[in-house]
Design a binder for this molecule. Structure first.
Ligand code: GLU
Length: 489
């Protein structure tokens, strides 16, 4: 296993919580990029040792999200690999021997304190000095331990922290971090149910899976010295640590705080449901803590693989800015081909217009360059489904040189001409209206404005008069023009 250390191996180690938080996805992305930018392996490991937090079916969400965004792992529970199993609960038997070895070496100890005692300690607040546990069982004699074990008293195994000195580790982003050992708690390595804690399992797994780079959120910075002491106790090489900055959200009053639901969607699934494209989400979160060399901000996953480097990860918190994500999303939408956009917009259009017979393809065409996110579509095309109630004053428009009188004249004429139009298609409608303007000695806009208002009932529409006439079809267009005429008389 040791000779594998040369090859870069990263791991994404989510707990199956049932959703993919943006921070977790960013971790996965950076792990993937670090591995792939150096021809390494990207491993997926499911950390399910916290059985109380286990959510049924949560693994599926992890697999499907990684697949959707293209973070394809080289090893994992679903595809296997030489270092498996890749689900911690299936590795359960592996951890105890390592813990026992630490006990033998005097780096860990059995603790028989029961819940009541620990609870009492907590309520008395007498445990603060030791950061959580008063080390009651740390110095039990061999006989005491043996007799308690023989009596079948439930136990946990705790790490024996040094009582003085300091522990230092180097982080690629945060630099050298030193802590006083006396501040470290004698943390639990093996729980009473025989399962390892995350704090123990991650070290054993990272080592036995040959992981060279450990990427995780900076909330783990304070735990890393404890992991380091474990590596040292086993005489193992410490992996490279890369802690990522916090992701914050903007509050209404302008202040910032850790990103949470009150700021908006915080999981990948929610963002997709909100109408964001997976590619845009990935591109945006790549920049949440990493800064490219030049001003370019648009990166495909392939481009990120080439550009990404750990030394450009920042330690200052990054702010999740939904406006910026909107910008990315609209950029990605605009870059799609008409067909690609049709494929993603059609289901939204269809479910909104329901039974009404309108040409989804044409609607998709007028929306394409204007949509910011897919969920905006229903609002943008509401007028196609049903003519909104509107004030006749919106026929008045300075730029188009329209007023209530000339709008009425234009609409009366347009009604007659459109009624006689045989082929209801874009080109025919276009030449009809242009010729009409010429014939009436009016600017094109003076014709287009009242027609568009009449058929949409609003001043802003995706697409102009011609496109909307074409989409609505002859009968509905004429019905709407007649209604407008009635309004203007
Ligand atoms: N299972 C941990 C979590 O989901 C992973 C932390 C790590 O990457 O080591 O937060």
């Amino acid at each position: 296993m040791e000779n594998n250390k040369k090859r870069v191996r990263t791991r994404y180690a989510p707990s199956p919580t049932g959703f993919m938080h943006i921070g977790n996805l960013r971790t996965a992305l950076y792990e993937y990029l670090i591995a792939k930018s150096q021809d390494g392996d990207f491993v997926l490991r499911i950390e399910d040792t916290d059985r109380e937090r286990y959510v049924q079916g949560a693994e599926e969400i992890i697999y499907s999200t990684l697949k959707t965004v293209g973070l394809n792992h080289d090893e994992g529970p679903d595809i296997g690999g030489t270092y498996g199993p890749y689900i911690q609960s299936q590795r359960k038997e592996m951890y105890m021997p390592y813990a026992k070895k630490l006990v033998e070496d005097g780096k860990a100890y059995y603790c028989f304190c029961d819940k009541e005692r620990l609870e009492k300690l907590r309520s008395e607040g007498s445990n603060e000095e030791y950061g959580g546990y008063d080390r009651h069982c740390r110095n039990l004699t061999q006989e005491e331990i043996k007799s308690k074990l023989n009596a079948g008293i439930p136990y946990v195994i705790r790490q024996k922290m040094p009582l003085n000195g300091t522990t230092t580790f180097k982080d690629a982003v945060f630099g050298e971090v030193t802590v006083e050992n006396k501040e470290l708690q004698d943390q639990i390595l093996i729980k009473a149910d025989g399962y390892p804690t995350y704090n123990f399992a991650n070290v054993i797994d990272d080592h036995t899976m040959g992981i060279t780079h450990v990427v995780r959120g900076c909330e783990y910075l304070s735990s890393t010295p404890k992991y380091n002491l474990l590596y040292e106790a086993f005489g193992w090489e410490v992996p490279e640590y890369i802690h990522l900055p916090l992701i914050m959200g903007k509050n209404e009053d302008g202040s910032i705080s850790k990103l949470s639901k009150r700021h908006g969607a915080v999981s990948f699934e929610e963002l997709v449901k909100d109408g964001y494209l997976p590619e845009a989400i990935v591109n945006y979160i790549a920049l949440l803590g990493w800064c490219p060399k030049d001003n370019n901000e648009i990166f495909s996953l392939e481009a990120l693989k080439k550009e990404f480097s750990t030394d450009r990860i920042s330690k200052s918190p990054s702010i999740f800015d939904y406006d910026k994500l909107n910008w990315f999303n609209s950029e990605y939408i605009r870059k799609m081909t008409a067909e690609e956009f049709f494929n993603v917009s059609q289901p939204v259009i269809k479910s909104f217009i329901g039974e009404i017979k309108l040409d989804c393809k044409k609607i998709s065409e007028v929306l394409h360059q204007r949509v910011i996110k897919l969920t905006d579509i229903p609002n943008m095309i509401g007028f196609l489904k049903e003519l909104p109630d509107y004030e006749k004053e919106i026929f008045i428009n300075k730029k188009s040189k329209t007023n209530l009188e000339n709008s009425l004249v234009v609409l009366n004429r347009a009604k007659i001409e459109l009624e006689n139009l045989k082929d209801w298609n874009h080109d025919e409608i276009h030449s009809l209206l242009i010729n009409m303007a010429k014939d009436m000695e009016l600017k094109n806009g003076t014709v287009m404005w009242p027609v568009r208002i009449a058929i949409s009932g609003q001043t802003m529409t995706p697409g102009g008069a011609i496109e909307i006439l074409e989409i609505l079809g002859k009968d509905e267009s004429l019905r709407r023009i007649e209604l407008a005429i009635k309004k203007l008389i």
